[in-house]
Design a protein around this ligand. Structure first.
Ligand code: SAH
Length: 350
């Protein structure tokens, strides 16, 4: 079956011309898929019956099924658990900010990067998501809420640069004017730092924001938290960041999850300042969200504020990420994991 929703307009036009269809049909179908977000071919009411039948027989229309929605009582954040057509589950989050709605999507089912504090990676990688499966997380949320979505962050489960081609196609479809038309400047991709893929991404010259999960200022500390640090040093990582900036003109974001007693001391702040001094960047501090499988603890509030102040005093742009949806398993991979475990143990209160 052809995954028609992963095609851009050119590919769709080419595909339909092989079936003897005119060019304008591609545009009509593209609109049904990416602007009206229909869930089956029968709804494409301006297509002739024989074309609809052809599509039903030849194509798959990827559309996720909502398994569970949880809404935070404190900040309106909505967390979705979706089922893919093969039964795999992915999670996505809608965050409502003053500046607009932001959706956080998953790029893979599971993850093989092995970061120590992250729940998404505990069972390894199942498979990568197709462009259509990434897109439909956003479409499903738009359908569900009827609200406009202005920002997308690829910060859910998975390592986006471990799914490179599909990620690029997804970004192109998402920012296309005949689809949701989300500006690339409002799309952020977060990576644990796969250096060669960062360089490849820079060469694509997209206008997206690249966020790097740094989490430590020395190789030794980073290796203890993130296996990827055994493959690339921080210096190699920063070199790739500078290349990304040179190619795109986009300021980088560094994510730094503060883990109590591990990377949140005054010395850690000093080392981080030393590392980032003079770089055009922004630091996002995230108090670690403890997962029960590991014994990492959150930094105390005073520690977080002291860390932030020290960076700020030294001229580094820094924000503390507002923790949204903590009451609803907001951290990567937690909802999917809990759901699967409850299914296995027979009872589910979800
Ligand atoms: N694989 C990508 C994107 C997914 S994770 C990456 O590594 O960047 C999005 C961010 O949340 C990353 O910075 C990740 O390190 C961080 N993260 C994962 N689990 C966390 C937890 N339990 N507490 C705090 N941050 C976490």
């Amino acid at each position: 079956m052809t995954d028609i929703k992963s095609m851009d307009l050119c590919q769709l036009t080419e595909y339909l011309s092989q079936a003897g269809e005119k060019k304008f049909r591609a545009k009509q179908i593209y609109e049904w898929l990416h602007s009206k977000h229909v869930r089956n071919f029968e709804e494409m009411s301006n297509l002739p019956k024989n074309l609809r039948t052809y599509l039903v027989e030849q194509c798959e229309l990827v559309s996720l099924n909502t398994v569970k929605v949880q809404e935070s009582k404190t900040d309106g954040t909505r967390k979705y658990l979706f089922a893919l057509s093969d039964g795999n589950l992915v999670e996505s989050v809608l965050m409502r900010y003053k500046f607009g709605n932001s959706v956080c999507i998953s790029s893979q089912v599971g993850c093989r990067m092995g970061c120590r504090f992250c729940a998404s990676t505990l069972d390894g990688l199942e498979r990568s998501l197709k462009p259509s499966e990434m897109l439909d997380q956003i479409y499903a949320i738009a359908r569900d809420t009827g609200e406009r979505i202005s920002n997308v962050v690829v910060m859910g489960t998975g390592e986006p640069l471990d799914n490179f081609e599909n990620l690029i196609q997804f970004i192109k479809l998402l920012s296309n004017e005949d689809g949701l038309n989300i500006s690339q400047r409002n799309i952020t991709v977060s990576t644990c730092g796969i250096v060669p893929e960062m360089i490849r991404l820079a060469d694509e010259k997209l206008q997206i924001t690249l966020a790097i999960s740094l989490h430590a200022a020395t190789d030794e500390k980073r290796k203890a938290l993130m296996p990827i640090a055994n493959r690339y040093t921080i210096q190699e990582l920063l070199k790739a960041c500078r290349y990304y900036f040179d190619m795109t003109g986009r300021r980088l974001t560094f994510e730094y999850s503060l883990v109590g007693g591990v990377n949140d001391t005054d010395v850690d702040a000093t080392e981080l300042i030393h590392l980032l001094k003079g770089m055009n960047c922004h630091v996002n501090l995230i108090p670690v969200n403890p997962i029960k499988e590991r014994d990492y603890v959150e930094s105390g509030n005073a520690q977080v504020v002291a860390f932030k102040n020290k960076l700020e005093k030294n001229g580094i742009n820094v924000t503390i990420r507002r923790e949204m949806g903590r009451d609803i398993d907001g951290a990567c991979g937690q909802l999917r994991r809990r759901h699967s475990q409850e299914q296995q143990s027979g009872g589910s209160e979800l």
